[in-house]
Every structure is written in structure tokens, then in C-alpha cells.
Write a protein that binds this ligand. Structure first.
Ligand code: GLU
Length: 507
């Protein structure tokens, strides 16, 4: 089987947003599943919309996500150059072939004459299209004599258009195939004669894209739904060159959080949610933080992105990159648009934080805990502490804060919280007896059982009894799992804190 070669081909007109990143990710996953190659090609033929910082943002986003291309402008392979602006000469050669085989033609129409024709159509309530019905009424190599034609071409005042349909053509319709949408019938008589080569000497996206996919031996094209309307032209271009086509798949749109309409750049600001993987600085002063700066684990981010519009066919949702490579299957991509749900992104982060292995929790964090809380916690309990704390945080950077909250005891806070509790004599006695039992050094499960039983005997509601114990140990009414915390804090500290608390209550 020939090698799988998939590409991500962004135009560097602005920062890479999550839609583009999803396209890149799917291309990466499909290529890696079959030990193929993932290629980054920069499609910079539109010099007017070029943004000098975009390419860096695209590359650094892929880098942060850990989906680096095997071939790119930064790591060229045998199919370079990987920037279309550096391949300029090559397109000219290929477009000439289309002129020669009569599937493309020179057009010399001025902007004014085209505007005029457009207006006339509008007045008649029609949409202007330049094609088989009217092309001979315009100024092009099909309507002009050979000498005039030659003169205009030499003056370099032309564009090249693709002949989408010809009265002499055998077929007036074609069937194109998309892996997600199935077969689509196209009526060639309704197609426009698109410009494939501009008068600045550059190809348009369509031509460059097809030539490069062919020359770079791309096996599968996976891209956004917005390119589906261009597929018929691309299909015809392959035929005009007599080239083998890659397979095509057009991904569903990513929708706004409301589920209504396509997610746009402005939605980030409007809903206060990130839409870029990494930070983007606009005009050197407006900073848009990405998922990275907000504190997302890259594994969680990729997992979240992978599931906007795809699922593995069962309830499983948490995957690392290698698992995604194994599970990903294009046939399970949904056809309709998929909503961007930021709460879901956070949920993925929570789940990924729970799975970080201890060795990935830095030594520095452990050292800090021991330094700041050495009187409160034994060295061998740091691991347990990290485990319970991890279950409660959304971002890794919140771990320190959660540790501080779990281990400290603040009198002021204790007093404020006390006023919210119904602390009667029955509960007071419960806590005194708890201390007696606790001092016997039984296992934490035994201690918990004892406490539960005692609450029952005294007809104290579980919620009230647990809150009272937590308050006396931490000064708080909520936090990490209480008995796990009791098991982590040193025995003498537990006793001291309960005693002090009872003293404050009874004074
Ligand atoms: N340059 C196009 C874009 O910006 C690429 C579309 C394609 O993948 O064919 O999305």
C-alpha cells in the first residue's frame, strides 16, 4: 500500500483557532494511525491577506499540542518547498498545460466591465456567473483573434480561468465523493469559470492546492466544510491534468457555544472563552490568551478538540494522544455542526489532571509542600495529599492553592463559619469522644466507622456531624475528602486543632 500522506494547509492570514487546530489534529491522527506522514504546507498565495505573525502562531500551536509535522517549512522533506510563495515558478508551468489542452483560457476583462455585467445581472434578479453561457461575450482568448490574444498575453494583463463546462463536453454533470457526506452530484452547467491564475503571477488557492497535493503525493484531503463548494472545481482540475485524486473528507463546522451559527473570532470575546490554542497578540497590544495560558493540560485540550464532532462509538471519552491515534476513525465523524462547549473543555482538564502520574508532579511541588507544611504533614503523606487535591482542581496551577486551603487553619475563618453551624452540646460530646477514639491509632476506616456510628446513636445528621468535624480540623465547611485529610495531617495537629476549636466554641 502506498504511504499515507496527509497535510494541514493553512493560509497564514491570522492566528490558528480551534477549528483549524482540529483539522490539523485529525490529519495528524489519520496519518499516524497508518504510520504515514503529517505535512504542514503554508498556503500563502494571497499576498493581500498575509499576516507576518500567523505562520509562527500556527507552528507554535502545533508544537504545544505535540502534533508536530514530519515535513514543513521548518523541517523540510523531499517534497519542498513547503510555502506556496516559494513554489511560484512551478505553478506557471502547470497552468500552461491547461491552456495547451484547452481546459483553461486567458481572460482580459477589466474590473469595470465585470462590475457592469454583474450589475446588469442583479437588475434582472440573477446572480452573475462567468461560464459557458456567456464567456464568448467577454474579452478572452476564446473570443478574441490570435494576434490580439498574443498581444495581451505579452502585456501580462491577464488572468487564467478554468473552463468548467463546454457545449462540446460529453458530460454535463459529475459525481464527486466525500468520505463524510457521500456522493454529491454536480451540474457543471451551473459552475463558474473560476480564476485559477491571477495577474500578479500567482495561482489562486484552487490551482496551487491541487498541484501541491498532487506533487506532494497527498493520499487523503481532510479539511473544513467551507471548502466543500470548491471540491467540484478541484475534482475537475485533477481530471484536466489527468492525475489520480486523493480521497476527500470535509469536516463539520464548529458552532458557537449557543449551538447557533459558526464559531467566529469575535465569539471568544463575546463569551469570554479562549478560541486559540496559544496566546495571540494583535497589533502588538491586544492579548488573547489561549488554552495554554489559561492553564490547560495539552493532553486535555487535544482530547477535547478531538471530540468536537467525533466519538469512538461508545461512552469512552478520556484518551491520550496515542489512544486517539489508535481509536480515531473518520467514519465516525458526524455530518452536522458540533458545538464548542467550554465547560466540557474544563471537564476534560479535570479528568486529565486526575490521571497525571506522580512522577509528573514536579519535585519542586513536593519540596514546597514539605517546606511550608512540615509541621502539619509527614513526608510519606505528600503523595496522598496530591491525590486528593488533584481530584478537586480544574487546572494544575490551582493545585498549590488547593493544598494551602486544605492544610491551613485560620481562626478568623473558623469563627465566621462557626456562626453558620448548629453547634450544640451533643455535637461537642461527639467530638470529644472522637478524639479519644482517634488517639487509639486505629486505621482511618475504623475511625470513620466509629464516627458514623456515633452520629447515628446521637441522632445527629451526617451533614451536621461531618461539617462540625471538618470545621474543628480545618476551620472550613467544605474541601477535600475529610477522612482522607484526617489521615494525612499529623496526629498531634489533629488533636491540637480540635481542642483549640472546642475551646473557642465553649469560651
Ligand atoms: N489554505 C486553505 C485554508 O486556509 C486550505 C484548504 C485545504 O485544506 O484544502 O484552509
Amino acid at each position: 500500500m502506498p504511504e499515507k500522506r496527509l497535510r494541514f494547509a493553512p493560509s497564514p492570514t491570522g492566528p490558528l483557532h480551534i477549528g483549524g487546530l482540529r483539522t490539523a489534529l485529525y490529519n495528524y491522527l489519520i496519518s499516524k494511525k497508518e504510520q504515514g506522514k503529517f505535512i504542514l504546507r503554508i498556503e500563502d498565495t494571497d499576498q493581500k491577506r498575509f499576516n507576518k505573525d500567523a505562520e509562527k502562531h500556527i507552528y507554535e500551536s502545533l508544537e504545544w499540542c505535540g502534533i508536530l509535522p514530519d515535513e514543513s517549512p521548518f523541517s523540510p522533506g523531499e517534497y519542498g518547498p513547503y510555502r506556496q510563495s516559494e513554489r511560484k515558478e512551478l505553478y506557471k508551468k502547470y497552468v500552461n498545460k491547461l491552456i495547451e489542452n484547452n481546459t483553461a483560457y486567458y481572460a482580459f476583462d477589466s474590473t469595470e466591465s465585470l462590475d457592469k455585467a454583474r450589475k446588469e445581472s442583479e437588475q434582472k434578479g440573477e446572480t452573475f456567473i462567468y461560464n459557458w453561457e456567456n464567456r464568448e461575450r467577454f474579452k478572452n482568448s476564446l473570443s478574441l483573434d490570435a494576434d490580439t490574444n498574443k498581444k495581451y498575453v505579452e502585456e501580462n494583463k491577464y488572468v487564467i480561468r478554468f473552463k468548467s463546462y463546454d457545449k462540446k463536453s460529453e458530460k454535463s454533470s459529475i459525481q464527486i465523493k466525500d468520505k463524510i457526506r457521500g456522493n454529491i452530484n454536480i451540474d457543471l452547467k451551473l459552475q463558474d469559470d473560476k480564476i485559477i491564475f491571477k495577474n500578479d503571477g500567482m495561482p489562486t488557492y484552487h490551482l496551487a492546492n491541487v498541484i501541491d497535493d498532487h506533487l506532494m503525493e497527498i493520499s487523503d484531503v481532510v479539511r473544513g466544510e467551507e471548502w466543500l463548494p470548491s471540491l467540484a472545481l478541484h475534482w475537475q482540475l485533477y481530471d484536466a491534468f489527468n492525475w489520480k485524486k486523493p480521497s476527500f473528507a470535509h469536516l463539520p463546522l464548529i458552532l458557537k457555544p449557543s449551538g447557533k451559527g459558526k464559531l467566529s473570532k469575535r465569539d471568544g470575546e463575546k463569551f469570554g472563552i479562549p478560541i486559540y490554542p496559544i496566546q495571540w497578540i494583535e497589533n502588538e497590544n491586544i492579548i488573547y490568551n489561549g488554552f495554554k495560558e489559561i492553564g490547560f493540560e495539552k493532553g486535555a485540550f487535544i482530547n477535547f478538540i478531538s471530540m468536537i464532532g467525533w466519538n469512538p462509538g461508545n461512552e469512552d471519552e478520556i484518551f491520550n494522544l496515542n489512544e486517539l491515534i489508535e481509536k480515531f476513525d473518520i467514519s465516525r465523524i458526524i455530518k452536522s455542526g458540533a458545538k464548542y462547549d467550554f465547560e466540557k473543555a474544563k471537564w476534560f482538564n479535570v479528568e486529565h489532571i486526575k490521571k497525571i502520574s506522580d512522577k509528573n508532579i514536579t519535585q519542586k511541588l513536593t519540596d514546597d509542600i514539605l517546606k511550608n507544611f512540615q509541621e502539619i504533614i509527614e513526608t510519606n503523606k505528600v503523595k496522598d495529599l496530591l491525590k486528593i487535591v488533584r481530584e478537586r482542581v480544574t487546572f494544575r496551577k490551582d493545585i498549590i492553592e488547593e493544598i494551602n486551603l486544605s492544610l491551613e487553619y485560620n481562626i478568623q475563618e473558623f469563627k465566621e463559619n462557626l456562626s453558620r453551624l448548629n453547634f450544640d452540646n451533643n455535637i461537642n460530646e461527639l467530638l470529644i469522644l472522637f478524639m479519644d477514639y482517634y488517639k487509639k491509632n486505629e486505621s482511618i476506616d475504623m475511625i470513620k466507622n466509629y464516627y458514623m456510628e456515633d452520629m447515628k446513636k446521637r441522632e445527629i445528621k451526617i451533614g451536621d456531624g461531618m461539617k462540625a468535624l471538618r470545621l474543628c480540623i480545618s476551620g472550613k465547611l467544605s474541601g477535600v475528602d475529610l477522612f482522607s485529610l484526617i489521615n494525612i495531617i499529623k496526629n498531634d495537629i489533629i488533636i491540637k486543632r480540635i481542642n483549640n476549636s472546642l475551646k473557642l466554641i465553649n469560651d
